[in-house]
Write a protein that binds this ligand. Structure first.
Ligand code: HEM
Length: 495
């Protein structure tokens, strides 16, 4: 090896020594991890990876491939369905076992786990956000919102509103010569519906202003947690202050109007629900929710719906346009419903949309394959023992939904978009091997609203236009989205 100088040799020897030292340290860290065994429960096997960065690089790299679940699969084959690792600076137990994940989502009885988010998210949310709060207050707010979003009165009204927003949006595509980026269009639709449900705001300056500030706010959800003037986090926190002012004004005006008119009747939106609740139904003394708490939570409730919904709508179209047989089947089913409605001159009901079996199967399959929320994170408040495993106090735990959804023991040919599989799975759509909306105490309260919105969107889309999508790719990190925002061309069916 004449090409290597003396300095080169020295550098090489130092590098080899450094790598060996790191590896030795890693082995030591791995040994340390299994030390705390007791009463037949073991800390899951796994690797801590490299000092400081752990296995973060491999985790992120897998997110940029077409199979993000490969990170989990590799470790699952080495260490079992529940393993430990170190990613994003945290010691973490990953569960790909549906039974273990279920126990975690159920909070292992009570008070065992709390949500665990990256620092930038916790800074932006604030402690009294529904996404972070715990205990009786969380139960109260979760139940209030859940009951409202599932109420029959909302279902009837929101079906009309969603139809209106979607029809208007579809007709605006004519001005764009029928070429649209679907991801952008579905974002607009979703935002409009979300602000109607949460605070009864319709199109106009106020909504545009909310949209601008909200977009600025959520840019900081995944960023360096440094809050200094000029940083991303700082700008997002400032946008949140402005949002709080706008929403705070709406909440205060509503409170005054409610007191004046002593309005009772059904609540119109989430603001009404939170304003009217006295807390007495919990058997507690009257304890109204403070106005700033309501404003903050209204903003934070927009976060889980704002990105997930447009992604689900866009990916449903992506999977369907990649699979012409499924698309033809969906068109046939929806055309039949449309014909029935035209003949009877009846309005569509919530039930009409939700009882289209193939369309519901397409939605299930889209949610399974897209894994829009691929996992949820919790932190153990105490040592927790589940199914022979010990999750030590203070550790994070990740329930990986995508590993379960993409496991061939649960779904045959899991990488294939196969809506017909749901004909057989049927009731299992609600089991613990299908959890796109999470489960347990934090099960998504927007579950039914989401399904309704996707159903209405698909119905009007395929009964108004013929579709063709351009080639595009799904990106899985940091969130699921289309690389080119899914450009599609639509041709009106009645031309
Ligand atoms: C396809 C669309 C959606 C998906 C895949 C989805 C998924 C999820 C998941 C997995 C969770 C559980 C998080 C956890 O356990 O930490 C969740 C929670 C939540 N979702 Fe959704 N969601 C969707 C749409 C919506 C919509 C439209 C809304 C708003 C109306 C909404 C509001 C919420 C709220 C408020 C929570 C927090 C519940 C709590 O912590 O008590 N979601 N969602």
């Amino acid at each position: 090896m004449e090409w290597l100088s003396f300095e080169g040799w020295v550098l090489m020897v130092i590098s080899v020594c450094a790598v060996c030292a790191c590896k030795a340290l890693m082995v030591k860290r791995e040994e340390k991890g299994v030390e705390r065994e007791g009463e037949g429960f073991v800390i899951p096997r796994g690797s801590w990876g490299w000092p400081l960065i752990g296995e973060t690089l491999e985790f992120i790299a897998s997110g940029y491939t077409s199979r993000p679940v490969s990170f989990m699969e590799k470790r699952k084959s080495l260490y079992g369905d529940v393993f430990r690792t170190n990613i994003l600076g945290k010691a973490i137990v990953v569960s790909t076992d549906p039974d273990v994940s279920k126990m975690i989502l159920l909070n292992h009885g009570n008070d065992a786990f709390i949500p665990c988010y990256p620092k930038s998210i916790t800074e932006l949310l604030g402690k009294s956000s529904i996404l972070q709060m715990n205990g009786p207050l969380h139960k109260r707010v979760h139940a209030l919102i859940g009951v409202f979003l599932k109420s029959t009165s909302l279902k009837a009204r929101i079906t009309r509103d969603i139809e209106k927003v979607i029809r208007l949006s579809l007709s605006s595509w004519m001005d764009k010569s029928y070429h649209v980026h679907l991801q952008d269009e579905t974002k607009k639709i979703t935002f409009e519906i979300l602000v109607r449900v949460l605070m009864s705001i319709g199109p106009g300056d106020e909504m545009e202003c909310l949209k601008r500030e909200f977009e600025e706010f959520i840019k900081g959800l995944i960023c360096l947690p440094v809050n200094l003037p000029g940083t991303r986090l700082y700008k997002s926190l400032k946008a949140k202050e402005r949002l709080l002012k706008i929403v705070g004004k709406i909440v205060t005006e509503r409170k005054m109007a409610t007191e004046k008119n002593e309005e009772k009747g059904m609540p119109n939106d989430a603001i009404d629900v939170l304003l009217r609740d006295s807390g007495e139904s919990d058997g507690m003394q009257e304890h109204r929710l403070p106005l700033d708490f309501i404003s903050g939570n209204i903003i934070e409730m927009m976060i889980p719906g704002e990105e997930t919904m447009p992604t689900a709508m866009t990916l449903a179209v992506k999977f369907l346009t990649d699979n012409p047989v499924a698309l033809a089947h969906l068109v046939e089913e929806n055309m039949e419903l449309r014909k029935r409605k035209v003949q009877s001159s009846e309005e569509y009901s919530w039930h009409d949309y939700m009882s289209l079996p193939f369309t519901q199967n397409v939605i299930n399959e889209t949610l399974r394959l897209a894994n829009i929320i691929n996992a949820v994170w919790r932190k153990a408040l105490k040592d927790v023992k589940i199914k022979g495993y010990l999750i030590p106090k203070g550790w994070c735990v990740m329930t990986s939904f995508s590993s379960v959804h993409m496991d061939e023991t649960n779904y045959e040919n899991p990488n294939e978009f196969d809506p017909w599989r749901w004909k057989e799975i049927g009731a299992a759509a609600n089991s613990n091997i299908f959890t796109p909306f999470g489960g347990g105490q934090r099960l998504c309260p927007g579950l039914e609203l989401s399904r309704l919105q996707i159903s209405i969107f698909l119905h009007h889309l395929v009964t108004t236009y013929r579709l063709s999508a351009q080639k595009d790719e799904i990106i899985y990190f940091p969130t699921v989205r289309m690389k080119r925002k899914l450009p599609i061309t639509v041709t009106p069916l009645e031309q």
